[in-house]
Design a protein. Structure first.
Length: 67
């Protein structure tokens, strides 16, 4: 019975803190768009890959041998 004098105030404080954190997350838009990031993974990037750099005259790529 004596432990309830400690556990009840602790549980009330924890519920209050959890409620504040949930309210803060709602106010800051944490739950605004739950499906958007999942769809963005499936979409192709619109930017094309940059062209590879071609070696200039007289230069060779790494791993190539002189002929």
């Amino acid at each position: 019975m004596e432990s309830l004098y400690l556990l009840i105030p602790i549980s009330v404080i924890l519920v209050f803190i959890i409620g504040l954190l949930f309210w803060w997350s709602l106010r800051n838009g944490q739950y605004d768009d739950l499906e958007g990031p999942a769809y963005r993974l499936l979409l192709d990037d619109r930017d094309e890959l940059p062209a590879r750099d071609t070696p200039k005259d007289g230069e060779q790529r790494a791993g190539e041998r002189d002929a």
